[in-house]
Structure formats: C-alpha cells, structure tokens
Design a protein around this ligand. Structure first.
Ligand code: ZN
Length: 135
C-alpha cells in the first residue's frame, strides 16, 4: 500500500489534507500561507500491490461531449516508456472556475516526483493532444 502524505512545499509543514484533496477545497498553509504542496510517498509494506481507481462525474443535462465534468484517475500504472511502475494522479475538474487540471506522477520507489502539473485547464496547452496548431 502506498500512502501519500501532504506537506507545504514552502516551509515543509505537514498539512492535514489528502493528496486527492480537490484544489478547490485546498486551504493556504497555516504557517506561511503557501498553496504549493509537496507529496511524500511512503510504502507501508514490501508487497507490491497495485491499485487504480477512476472517478467520473457526469452532467446528464449537457450534450454528450460536455457530459463529463470531473474526471479523476488515481493509482498505479506501468510507464510504457520505462516499463516501471509509477503512481499517477490526474484530476480534470470542469466544474471549478476556472476549469482545473492536476497531474502528479511519482516514482513509488524513489519517491521522486516525475511530473507535476497544477494549473487552469485553459492554460494546459502545448502538451500532447492539447497542443495548439499553428498555421
Ligand atoms: Zn507553509
């Protein structure tokens, strides 16, 4: 079982928040007021247990393409490039204003953050399929 504890990135105060705490409900650090977080991954045992969960929130009144409002993915995945396990968390929240994009990829063994992205969805361009075409 891999646990992620949350710390303030600025002053390293432990924050009583889960790593899947929606950005919307995130409070500034009680000590320094920073919104930046660092995630500490700890394994409680040696048994390799891989879990993956996915959550979706749909609005049935919207046209089919816009139904998906919130999409959360969290768990272990194989990194196809390296063949190693990674711990991935991704949250796309179109119900927040502005729409928000969070992606965190952690190496569960070295606890190293491989990729971290926490920004408005509209600012999330230039990566992969979200890339804007220039004429
Ligand atoms: Zn702080």
């Amino acid at each position: 079982m891999v646990n992620i504890s949350v710390k303030c990135k600025q002053c390293e105060t432990g924050i009583d928040e889960t790593s899947d705490c929606p950005i919307l409900t995130r409070r500034p650090c009680p000590k320094c007021g920073s919104m930046a977080r660092s995630f500490v991954v700890t394994s409680s045992d040696k048994i390799q247990l891989h879990e993956f969960m996915e959550g979706k929130k749909k609005d049935m009144r919207s046209p089919s393409k816009k139904k998906l409002r919130v999409h959360i993915q969290q768990g272990d995945q194989i990194n196809h490039e390296t063949g190693q396990w990674i711990l991935k968390e991704r949250c796309i929240d179109k119900d927040s204003k502005p729409s928000w994009y969070l992606e965190l990829i952690v190496d569960p063994i070295t606890e190293e953050i491989i990729h971290y992205c926490n920004e408005p969805l509209c600012g999330h361009v230039g990566h992969g399929s979200a890339k804007q075409k220039t004429v």
